[in-house]
Design a binder for this molecule. Sequence first.
Ligand code: NAP
Length: 268
Amino acid sequence: MTEQTGQTTSGAASGTTRDTARTAIVTGAARGIGAAVALRLAADGHAVAVVDLDETACADTVAAITKAGGKALAVSADVSDEEQVAAALTRIVAELGAPTILVNNAGILRDNLLFKMSVGDWDAVMNVHLRGAFLMSRAAQKHMVDAGFGRIVNLSSTSALGNRGQANYAAAKAGMQGFTKTLAIELGKFGVTANAIAPGFIETDMTRATAERMGVDFDVFRQVAIGQIPVGRSGKPEDIAAIAAFLVREESGFVSGQVIYAAGGPKD
Ligand code: NAP
């Protein structure tokens, strides 16, 4: 077992259980939700591999973590490419230690109504979300099983329940939920949990791009979304980071195979 054994400060500060400092991987962590999750896990004491398509794009996240006193490594990889995933894991193990936390967050949108959706747009979305989560989880689980401990968190979406113009994305995000539950069943006996977070409207470049594609000013788009959210506000990447932080804790080990909707109100 090669994971680090330092102690986090957050547990000590709150007087609750202290978590072992671990090596975490967050995909799509150059910006948006992934960046917030990476920052939060680093603040909780974990060494974080900031994985994204472009290593230089990870620099801001790594710099923010380092500036706050945390430890991070920028790693470029296309999560849908088997060889790149294998190379990324080799580098992470060598430079940060064996990963026992994995957050499959990388994602893309290729929205269109079914009759206009190209095969390329279908495949691209399936490849990043589903193939990416599969490849990363398969590569990381070995280290988790060896350690007798692991936490996998997958990003689903409220779109898993169906959303106009998102046949590809909705299918992928519903698939993430089945994938998550199956990992929970297969890996539970090795101390590994798998859970999914299904966000609603979170303010990131992804929702900005959706507004732009629809030709709607982002503030107007945001206000319309807020009008339908019971808590009366939009989500922020930090809202999702807080849930990921909870799910990866040692004391969360009896929560597995769950989908946590984070949408400011009920979803079913
Ligand atoms: P974002 O701002 O667009 O960030 C996604 C990140 O993933 C980008 O840095 C992107 O890199 C990276 N990425 C894309 N394809 C990749 C690949 N093949 N390999 C590695 N990295 C890749 O999106 P976000 O809003 O933070 O969303 C993060 C996750 O939450 C996604 O899975 C998304 O589906 C999910 N989600 C978001 C919302 C929301 O309202 N924002 C709601 C529900 C679920 P590039 O910039 O180079 O493309």
